[in-house]
Design a protein around this ligand. Structure first.
Ligand SMILES: Nc1ncnc2c1ncn2[C@@H]1O[C@H](COP(=O)(O)OP(=O)(O)O)[C@@H](O)[C@H]1O
Ligand SMILES: [Mg+2]
Length: 263
């Protein structure tokens, strides 16, 4: 079992941001997590990573129950790519040390690293087509380059779970497809980590994401196979507006019907 959440809620003041979530992710199941802005996706991820603590309910990640295990150790087995992570990185840091810092899941490099670590960081940059950026400082990288560096960083430690929180935000069409291609090749590897791909764009969901969790106003609207959930009828219910879903090249494309959405 990779993630097990039972009756998890997270309240802030008198607001319930995450409401009674039950969700199980088994080994080798790749999930997409879909929800509109503000539906609670990032909050749910912060709960998984132990950055915040559930108000009620239990969370078990990679076989460890929260409250009974050192989260700093657990986090080393979780790769994490998100824009909030980007904001925490130091802009003057160079790309190669950023990738290297993934080994201990730190922001900046404090620990000692051996030659094998440096070679692994270089090899990962090679894999993600960013070798030429090794000595560039983070603040000079384009958004697409940053995301690739962050994915390389997240894989530095051979994580069992890789979480990608809206990784295509701010990418142009081609950079997006390039990044998706890389994600698809990570998923197809024999030793691939379990992937969780978070987005509010249906078209980004790759065929490898066979399972989907639909989050609506902090609640689970559906947790099932992607091909079961992603129909015009179910998505219209999820979004509360009539939408049409088409499947092309094993990806889902959504069109909003009429002007119902504007009422
Ligand atoms: N620390 C916090 N304190 C209060 N409200 C929060 C906090 N973090 C998130 N929220 C609120 O919880 C809701 C869900 O946010 P978030 O999980 O970031 O959504 P998503 O990632 O799906 O866009 C939003 O309404 C947001 O304003
Ligand atoms: Mg978010």
């Amino acid at each position: 079992m990779i993630i097990e959440m039972s009756n998890v809620s997270w309240e802030r003041g008198d607001q319930t941001i995450i409401n009674n979530i039950n969700w199980s992710v088994h080994n080798k199941e790749h999930w997409c997590l879909l929800g509109l802005n503000g539906s609670g996706k990032t909050t749910l991820l912060n709960l998984i990573n132990g950055y915040i603590w559930p108000t009620t309910g239990n969370i078990n990640v990679l076989g460890h129950t929260f409250g009974e295990y050192d989260l700093r150790i657990l986090r080393k087995s979780i790769g994490w790519v998100s824009t909030s992570m980007q904001q925490r990185l130091h802009g003057s840091e160079r790309a190669l040390p950023i990738v290297l810092s993934g080994k201990h899941a730190t922001i900046g490099i404090y620990d000692s690293y051996d030659a094998a670590d440096w070679s692994r960081a270089e090899a990962l940059m090679e894999t993600f087509g960013c070798s030429s950026l090794k000595n560039r400082t983070y603040d000079t990288l384009s958004q697409g380059e940053r995301q690739r560096v962050l994915i390389a960083r997240a894989l530095m430690n051979d994580p069992k779970l890789l979480i990608l929180d809206e990784p295509c935000t701010g990418l142009d069409l081609f950079a997006r497809e390039q990044l998706l291609q890389m994600i698809s090749s990570i998923a197809s590897e024999e030793s691939a980590p379990t992937l969780i791909y978070v987005t509010h764009h249906i078209e980004e969901i790759l065929p490898c994401f066979k399972n989907a969790l639909l989050l609506k106003q902090g609640e689970v609207y559906g947790a099932d196979r992607t091909d079961y959930l992603f129909t015009s009828q179910r998505m219209s219910g999820f979004f509360d507006v009539p939408v049409q879903i088409e499947v092309k090249d094993e990806r889902y494309w959504l069109t909003v019907k009429g002007d119902e959405w504007n009422k």
